[in-house]
Design a protein around this ligand. Structure first.
Ligand code: UDP
Length: 356
């Protein structure tokens, strides 16, 4: 007898049944949906929530996230990956206790390359995720950003500062999307009584950043390890304050479990110039790279430092990992990435951001 091959189930059907199975397997557990779960921060959050006893649904469309970041979680009964764009309708059967909305291109070159997706995920994506939170009576946490303060005229930046953002400049696509996302989140809180939280994340670093995402730390690490010149933009006098990822994740966990709906800064107030930061990376890597200066990108903030008085008082949170310790922990990860690039020259091109 001739056997007619059956067509494979369409991805959406497979996804539906995977979601149902995940629900059945983890019936008695709390469940969290993490959008952008295959990204740098999202993947660390997946791990944290699994270790806190949650069943985790990790949603990502992989335009800047990577399966490499979550591969080690595949095969766990309590973990499920959904390849989906959060700007499309989200169907999740069964209980959801929390939604963490972390999907978005987040480095300046990513959002320059993906301006429309950046605007869509911050606006339409936030709306979809909030709608789901309302339907499920789930707690919602928005990943917002220090970019809401733009090129700040108040220093350091407290949450009460409304910011100095150029809406039509190249960074406007990210800054305004996140500002809109904050407004939408507060509207769902005030109008629909959704339990919402807003974290304003300052510069964060650690393993799983993309080597070629264009941010200062991966750029400097990569250049130092390849022996290429370190590209400091402008004269390097602009400042940033860098927070190690584990500290950030602890702040997110505490904020989610608090009852604070207004925006809360989480970041490390240890401020330094970008030139000093470049020198630190050179010293730490033992590189012979020289430092060269390139044009400062438009609207690049001149200063940035979080005022974390609020996080300290309402969450009892403060950073615990200093820059030297955090950079040493990050070094091995970047060494591995640079070695991969050497072994597979195509990897460098492949890790660039797709046009999408
Ligand atoms: N920067 C730099 N060289 C690079 C990449 C970034 O001097 O190769 C500077 C950038 O102009 C900014 C700072 O480093 O002043 C931090 O940039 P990043 O892209 O990490 O994030 P931002 O804080 O601007 O969002």
């Amino acid at each position: 007898m001739e056997i007619t091959p059956q067509p494979a189930a369409p991805a959406s059907l497979r996804q539906r049944s995977a979601l149902r199975d995940h629900l059945i397997r983890n019936q008695s557990m709390k469940r969290v949906l993490i959008t952008g779960g295959a990204g740098f921060l999202g993947s660390h959050l997946c791990e944290r929530f699994l270790s806190e006893g949650y069943a985790v649904i990790c949603m990502d469309n992989l335009i800047t996230g990577s399966l490499d970041n979550i591969e080690h979680l595949f095969g766990r009964e309590d973990f499920l990956f959904m390849n989906q764009d959060v700007t499309e309708f989200i169907h999740v059967p069964g209980r959801l206790d929390a939604i963490l909305h972390f999907a978005s291109p987040a480095s300046p070159i990513d959002y320059l390359e993906l301006p429309i997706q950046t605007l869509k995920v911050g606006s339409l994506g936030t709306h979809k995720a909030l709608g789901l939170a309302k339907a499920k009576n789930a707690r919602f946490l928005l990943a917002s950003t220090s970019e809401c303060y733009g090129d700040p005229l108040v220093h350091p930046q407290p949450e009460s500062y409304w910011g100095n953002v150029n809406p039509v400049g190249p960074r406007g696509v990210y800054d305004e999307a996140k500002r809109f996302a904050e407004a939408m989140t507060m509207a769902y809180h005030r109008f629909h009584d959704v339990q919402t939280r807003i974290i304003r994340i300052f510069n964060t670093y650690g393993p799983r950043m993309r080597l070629n995402d264009g941010r200062a730390l991966p750029a400097f690490m990569g250049q130092a390890m390849r022996g290429e010149p370190i590209t400091v933009f402008g004269d390097g006098s602009q400042t940033r304050s860098f927070c190690y990822v584990d500290d950030l994740v602890e702040g997110i966990w505490r904020l989610l479990n608090s009852d604070e709906p207004e925006p809360t800064n989480i970041g490390n107030p240890a401020e330094m110039t970008i030139l000093d930061f470049a020198k630190k990376v050179v010293e730490l890597t033992g590189s012979a790279s020289e430092i060269i200066f390139k044009d400062l990108p438009m609207d690049d903030p001149k200063v940035r430092q979080p005022d974390i008085t609020k996080a300290k008082s309402i969450l009892g949170w403060g950073p615990t990992v200093d820059l030297d310790t955090g950079l040493r922990r990050t070094l091995d990860y970047f060494r591995g990435k640079v070695a991969d690039e050497r072994d597979q020259p195509a990897a460098k091109a492949a890790s660039a951001v797709p046009k999408g």
